[in-house]
Each structure stands twice: as C-alpha cells, then as structure tokens.
Design a protein around this ligand. Structure first.
Ligand code: NAD
Ligand code: 89Y
Length: 343
C-alpha cells in the first residue's frame, strides 16, 4: 500500500504527541503542517523536519494533495476545519472535544458523510492498554454480565501550566477530561439512557467546574458512576490514570492505581500488571496517554486501508458529546437528563 500523505493542523501542546506517533506508524506520514501561530509552526516543523508549513488552513488544502488531515486545534476551530476538509474530500481526524456544541458536531458528521469522507474523533483514552485490558476481560465473559461500573479519575495534577486555556473556560472538567471517562463508560458498558450530574468548583483560580459526579443508567440495565476531579490531593498522585471497577453476575474487575488489574471470576482471582509500555519518546506520567495516541492513529490508518468505520467515528462520538451536554444541563437543573432526546 502506498504511504498515506497526511497534514497536521494545530501545532500546540498536545500535537507534539501526535507527531511522535505518526513517526512510529507505518503506512502514513505527515508531509505538511499548519498553525496560525508562526512560532508553533517553526518549533514543530524544526523538531520533526517538516518543511512544508502553512499559517492558513485554506492555503494548506489548496497547496497540498492529501490523504488525510489530523486536526489538533482546540474546539472552537473544529467545525470550520472539519467542514473545510469535507469540502476538499479529505478524510479527517478531529481532536476532542469534538465541538463546542452537539449541534456543531451533528453538522460536522453530516458534512463528512455527504462528502463521503471518513471522520474520526481523536478519543484516545479508550485506546489506553489498561482500558483495553478491562474490555478484554469483559469480552472473555469471565465476570458474566456487568451490572455496575465506576470509572474514576481523581487528581490534583497541575494541568493548567501546559494547557492554560483550561483555567479560563466556563466549562472545565466534564468537557476536557470527563469526556474521556464518559466515552470509557460507553465503551465498557454500552450506551446510556439517563444521566444525573453534580458539579463543584474547588479551585478558586479557575472559571469552570473541577469536580463532577455523574450517575448513569445504561440501556443494558447496568448502572455506572463516572467521577472526576482535579481538586483531589492524594498520597500518591495518580495522573493520568483512569481507575475502573466493574461488578458482574459472576465476578468483578478492579483496575487500581499503578495499573494493577484484579479479576475475580469463574476461574478464581488473577492479579496482573497492565502498565502501558514506555515508548522511547514518552515522558512519565503522560506515557499512558502517549501510547494510546499511537494506538488510535494506527487504528485510523487501518480503517482507511480497509474502508472500515473508526471505533470513535464522528457518528459514534455524538453519543459521548451528548453525555457532556446532558451532564452540564443536568448539573444546572439538578434533574436527570434523557439522552435519546438529544440525539
Ligand atoms: P494548544 O492551544 O496548545 O494548541 C492548539 C494550536 O492550534 C495552537 O498552536 C493554535 O495556534 C492552533 N490553532 C488554533 N486554531 C487554528 C486554526 N484555525 N488554524 C491553524 N491553527 C490553529 O492546545 P492543546 O493543549 O494542544 O489542545 C489541542 C486539543 O487537544 C484540545 O482540543 C484538547 O482538548 C486536546 N487534547 C487532547 C488530549 C488527549 O489525550 N486526547 C490531551 C490534551 C489535549
Ligand atoms: O486535555 C486533557 C486530556 O484530554 O487529557 C488530559 C488533559 O491533557 C488534561 O485534563
């Protein structure tokens, strides 16, 4: 298969991981980059040896012949950039959060499907190897039918120094981080019918909520709790680990700190270490996220090669983004919110 020619738009904090991952992946390479900030363009272009550089996305699409575009900007630019890709018939990866509103996200899905181009949301947390290990246990039927889940992310890690915009938005943890946990609960327990949410802001120096607790009814009949916090000071800082508890008819799964996985089921109890590998370019504690970036980008290349729909396609991600919208609506009203009404 000929190497796919990709371009990266947005050369900021997180895009560096995506660039490292593209270098590790066979079958695709980044031939051009774009950022409206010339300084970021230079930093990333020099670091990864990319000479074809654009400060304007329209000029990038006009000047390059591309097999895909990887959009790594923040949410406000996602809709115009994805729609631009659709107009040029270029398959697109779009970072999370997919869009500022569900209405924008629906329009983006329609634009790509009308243009016949694949669209994947870079929803990478479900691709973390510890989360994949939990999914594999469920698939093995070792614990029977799940009836309860808890997806938990509690930390006091300073995310604001690397991503200062996170401190200024009216929305913070649900839209930025909880979105991953909500996607994981869908990945493990299936789609949701109702969500009830409570939020709080503990850090007085930020504009949005930094604590959220969400209770969900899944269509399967299971119940889950997604809890996330950036105001939780623990003896051992777990960032960026997602902890998982699942109870099933025949056993339990516990993914605890330091990637310790305990499965109690039909065959007794087994404890294993499901730590993600430390890739040569990765930096602790981010290595868990960094490895999942390689996994999701490989998945994209496989999907383009085989003509299959990405697991976190735009259409799939509408259901995760709907949970985000429903969580904010429910936190404001203090009422449960039905998901089907939003979709
Ligand atoms: P950032 O602000 O550091 O980088 C964004 C870059 O995009 C900036 O350099 C900016 O100049 C550029 N940009 C913005 N609009 C543009 C446009 N229209 N055309 C060209 N360039 C444009 O942000 P970041 O922290 O790198 O985050 C980017 C996205 O990645 C966010 O949506 C964030 O939520 C997401 N993110 C995802 C993960 C993950 O694990 N999936 C982790 C961190 C951040
Ligand atoms: O932006 C967030 C994400 O997607 O993963 C962790 C993060 O960088 C900070 O919450």
């Amino acid at each position: 298969m000929a190497e796919l020619r990709g371009a990266l738009i947005g050369c900021g904090f997180f895009a560096v991981n995506q660039m490292h991952a593209w270098r590790d992946i066979e079958g695709a390479s980044i031939v051009a980059i774009c950022d409206r900030d010339p300084e970021r363009l230079k930093v990333v272009g020099d670091q990864f040896g990319i000479t074809r550089r654009y400060t304007d996305a329209a000029a990038l699409f006009a000047g390059e012949s591309l097999d895909f575009v990887d959009i790594a900007t923040t949410a406000p630019s996602h809709r115009p950039l994805v729609e631009m890709a659709a107009r040029h018939r270029v398959p697109a990866i779009c970072q999370k959060p997919f869009a500022p509103t569900l209405a924008d996200a629906k329009a983006m899905v329609t634009a790509c499907s009308d243009a016949g181009v694949p669209l994947m949301v870079h929803e990478n947390f479900r691709w973390q190897s510890p989360i994949q290990a939990v999914r594999a246990v469920l698939d093995s039927n070792e614990i029977g039918t799940p009836f309860f889940g808890r997806i938990s992310f509690r930390s006091a890690y300073d995310v604001f120094s690397g991503q200062p915009y996170l401190a200024t938005g009216k929305r913070f943890i649900i839209e930025d981080l909880g979105i991953h946990s909500l996607d994981i609960t869908r990945f493990l327990l299936g789609d949701v019918s109702t969500i009830t949410t409570r939020t709080a802001r503990i850090n007085p120096n930020i504009a949005g909520e930094d604590v959220a607790t969400m209770l969900m009814d899944h269509k399967s009949g299971a119940t889950s709790v997604v809890d996330c916090s950036y105001a939780t000071k623990l003896a051992t800082e777990p960032f960026p680990q997602t902890l998982v508890e699942i109870d099933g008819s025949d056993g339990t799964i516990r993914l605890e700190q330091n990637y310790r996985l305990t499965v109690t089921g039909r065959n007794g109890t087994a404890v294993s270490d499901v730590s993600p590998p430390l890739l040569p370019w990765a930096l602790r504690p981010w290595h868990n996220i960094q490895e999942s970036v390689v996994a999701i980008q490989k998945h994209w290349v496989d999907c383009l090669a085989n003509g299959t729909e990405p697991a976190t396609s735009g259409a799939d991600n509408l259901r995760t983004l709907a949970l985000v919208e429903a969580a904010y609506a429910g936190a404001a009203s203090r009422e449960p919110v039905q998901l089907d009404a939003l979709l």
